[in-house]
Design a protein around this ligand. Structure first.
Ligand code: UDP
Ligand code: MG
Length: 343
């Protein structure tokens, strides 16, 4: 429905939900979480700057800043960023160690000054050429525009299957849907950013939080490019951890499933117990059954441990929240971005 794009709207009704006049060109912050991506940043930053300058020349934005969040890199990113941030519009926030992508994104959102904020990966999988389409969707009234991968053909069957399973578990019975195949390549209006920043939780499963805040959203199909340098930081174990973070932060049906499971198992046990007692009282039969006992014992102690584990996952998150530690620690801030934010 948009100029020149074969975009499919998830929400066809794109009337702006705020009174802001979106005909005035906004200032744009690009935030880029980066962990050992020096090789990619060397390619990405000039390309991004060219794209942003072109957007400004077109009148789509009135100013821009690029903000790289160095998530504890050890590959010389620090030197590179120190050099780059002498140029106007380029900023860097260096965290004191590796805090993880979700924390780096939170740091970036907090430091961004633009009226619209775009986030993208540093590894060149997110093509800057899509930025004008993001801005068009925003101007038409979308508060949040996110890129959705058109296919997962580039991924192995395990990852594809795992991600499908994860989203169906995550969205089970939820009031809002976390769209599958949508990542952290997205543009947000200032109001969405401020809402996200106001959320108090420490477990920042961003994909869930984006969906939780609501507002008018728009999906932009895209095909991620292959990673330019190095390999993905999200190995299978790390992905599984992230999935657990997401499930514990956005669902509580696993806890109910444990109760349901308990009831389902206890009921037949009661009936069977009643039957055996009756047999004994009426006929004096003493049922022998060593095997039954052992199998029953293993089954039920196994189930109990699983239930404890599920409980433990949730309690662990409570512990994280209660400690109330900051999400990240900033080591140094480099460069000058946008002037003071417009009111
Ligand atoms: N990233 C980060 N901190 C981490 C891991 C990753 O800031 O602890 C950044 C990384 O540098 C990249 C983005 O998050 O810019 C996405 O990571 P990656 O490309 O490894 O993930 P994938 O594309 O495979 O999901
Ligand atoms: Mg990547």
């Amino acid at each position: 429905p948009f100029d020149g794009g074969a975009a499919t709207a998830l929400s066809p009704d794109l009337a702006p939900s705020d009174p802001t006049d979106r005909r005035t060109a906004p200032s744009l912050s690009c935030i880029i979480p980066s962990f050992n991506e020096a090789a990619s940043l060397v390619d990405l930053l000039p390309r991004l700057r060219t794209t942003l300058d072109a957007c400004r020349a077109d009148g789509a934005i009135q100013a821009w800043e690029i903000l790289v969040i160095d998530d504890g890199s050890s590959d010389g990113s620090g030197e590179l960023l120190r050099r780059w941030s002498r140029q106007p519009g380029l900023r860097a926030l260096r965290l004191s160690r590796n805090f993880g992508k979700e924390a780096a994104l939170s740091a970036g959102l907090g430091a961004a000054q633009g009226e619209v904020v775009l986030m993208m990966d540093a590894d060149l999988q997110h093509d800057p050429a899509l930025i004008p389409s993001f801005l068009t969707a925003w101007r038409r009234g979308a508060d949040m525009v996110y890129a959705v991968r058109e296919s997962r053909d580039d991924e192995g069957p395990l990852k594809r299957w795992g991600s499908r399973g994860f989203y169906s578990l995550l969205n089970r019975g939820a009031r809002f849907e976390v769209p599958a195949d949508a990542g952290d390549f997205r543009l947000m209006d200032r109001r969405v950013v401020d809402t996200l920043l106001a959320l108090p939780e420490r477990n920042r499963f961003m994909k869930g939080l984006y969906a939780w805040v609501g507002f008018t959203t728009y999906a932009l199909p895209y095909t991620p490019a292959p990673r330019a340098h190095g390999r993905s930081k999200f190995r299978p174990l790390r992905l599984a951890q992230l999935a657990l973070d997401g499930l514990t932060a956005f669902t509580n049906w696993p806890l109910r499933a444990v109760s349901a499971c308990g009831i389902l198992l206890a009921l037949p046990a009661l009936l069977y117990g009643g039957y055996l007692t009756a047999m004994y009282l009426l006929y004096g039969h003493n049922v022998s059954g060593w095997t039954t006992i052992v199998v029953g014992l293993m089954l039920f102690s196994g189930l109990q441990l699983v239930s404890l584990g599920i409980l433990g996952e949730y309690i662990g998150r409570i512990f994280e929240e209660v400690k109330g530690r900051p999400l990240f620690v900033v080591r140094e801030q480099l460069g000058q971005g946008l002037p003071e934010r417009r009111a």
